[in-house]
Design a protein around this ligand. Structure first.
Ligand code: ACO
Ligand code: HSE
Length: 395
């Protein structure tokens, strides 16, 4: 196992210019070697960052893989701190006596390939460059399947042959699903939330506007902005992308009920440069993201989501889903307008050993998979409580 513990304090980048390595603190790292890419080419000397909770059993039968969404990271649970720009995104779900009970389960959460929280991504040093400069525009096009390939290599290095459960929401759900299609014999149980079997035209359209916002920022420089000083990166474009995305992450009803036409306190949105409260809310979420996330990673990961199609090269979505042998639970958020209950129902209908679709009744839209932690925990407990499946022969 080529892993190493590092403890380098994180320094959040000043708004804009991202520095690779800012977020190494508090994580484990594994060099997984070269990753051959689905669309051709290779990423050399790939490093994966991850966190773990609990202890791997002597037989290795208690490992749970948790996969984060677009702007998440390996910090599933715990406080913000060095290496962790945000508190855990499913805070409280992992620990002794918790839903993912660390007295029983060994939980692993990697940062995704192409991300910016420790795993190799566009802000990482390019091993092919003479001076170790970041990939920037040289970072290749990668797909969800490439991300899973990297996670499979990480699993090999951790000595985990088979996951008792692979779970993820949204983009994490895409990877969880691909895991179960690409490596069915290594996935005993599967839990996918608020996701889709293939990115839809609607999802690609929203992503397209977000990517264009970043690329149109004069400080983007084609993706080679890492030499720019603090505040000179494409943070305006990334902020616009986040505003667009965040709106799709919440439901129309919630936004109207919570903010409606209210002015931001102390501001007059009519006829001046004052803001409506909802504008201020989006400004806040945009500002927070630009202080913790790399615009190139946002582009790369958004493209991978657009690449997602479990049916590509497999005879279609139904044939792809039909490969899954895991005992499966699929959950949707009732008010999710981005990854709709209908899209999640399609996944549930296509997987042979899948319980009926669970619809979590929530006003929070797509973000419900992050907000409704208790409901997520209930489904996890149910799925993990079911008897284990015998390992299937590799095919
Ligand atoms: C795994 C992952 O997906 S990523 C890791 C966690 N996710 C993120 O950070 C994604 C961005 N954030 C979100 O998507 C959501 O905030 C969630 C899902 C994490 C939490 O949702 P909620 O609890 O419903 O929070 P909500 O969306 O209401 O945002 C609350 C924030 O808005 C701020 N806010 C609310 N109204 C206003 C306003 N009128 N003006 C300015 N700010 C406002 C609050 O002060 C609060 O700020 P804080 O988060 O800095 O404390
Ligand atoms: N809030 C989530 C939504 C995407 O699934 C994120 O930023 O990752």
């Amino acid at each position: 196992m080529s892993t190493q513990e590092v403890s380098v304090p994180a320094v959040p980048p000043a708004s804009g210019a991202w520095r690779a390595g800012d977020s190494r603190g508090g994580r484990k790292f594994s060099r997984i070697g070269n990753v051959t890419l689905e669309r051709g080419g290779r990423l050399d000397d790939v490093e994966m960052a991850y966190e773990t909770w609990g202890t791997l059993s002597p037989t290795g039968d208690n490992a749970v893989l948790v996969l984060h969404a677009l702007t998440g990271d390996s910090h599933v649970t715990g406080d913000a701190g060095p290496g962790h720009p945000t508190p855990g995104w499913w805070n409280g779900l992992i620990g002794p006596g918790r839903e993912l009970d660390t007295d029983r389960w060994f939980v692993v959460a990697p940062n995704v390939l192409g991300g910016c929280q420790g795993s190799t991504g566009p802000s990482s040093p390019d091993p092919g460059s003479a001076d170790g400069s970041p990939y920037g525009s040289r970072f290749p096009y990668i797909t969800v399947r490439d991300q899973v390939t990297a996670e499979v290599a990480l699993s090999d290095r951790l000595g985990i042959d088979r996951w008792a459960l692979v779970v993820g929401g949204s983009m994490g759900g895409m990877r969880a699903l691909e895991w179960a299609v690409m490596e069915p014999e290594r996935v005993e149980r599967l839990f996918v939330l608020a996701s889709t079997a293939a990115a839809t035209g609607d999802q690609i359209a929203w992503c397209s506007a977000q990517m264009m916002a970043i690329r149109c920022d004069a400080n983007f420089h084609g993706g080679d902005y890492y030499g720019a000083g603090p505040g000179e990166g494409p943070h305006n474009g990334l902020g616009v992308a986040r505003r667009i995305a965040h709106t799709t992450y919440r439901s129309e009803a919630e936004i109207n009920l919570r903010f409606g036409r209210l002015p931001q306190p102390g501001e007059n949105p009519l006829g001046g440069d004052g803001r409506f409260a909802v504008e201020s809310y989006l400004d806040h979420h945009a500002d927070k993201l630009t202080h913790r996330f790399d615009a190139n990673s946002y582009l790369v990961l958004t493209q991978t989501m657009n690449s997602h199609d479990v049916g590509r090269g497999r005879g279609g979505v139904a044939a792809g889903l039909g490969r899954v042998t895991a005992r499966t639970a699929i959950a949707a958020i009732s008010s999710d307008r981005l990854y709709t209950p209908g899209q999640n129902a399609e996944i549930a209908a296509g997987i042979p050993d899948c319980a009926p679709l669970r619809v979590i009744d929530s006003p929070y839209g797509h973000d419900g998979f992050l907000v409704e932690v208790e409901r997520v925990g209930e489904i996890l407990v149910e799925l993990l409580g079911e008897p284990a499946q015998p390992a299937l022969a590799t095919h």
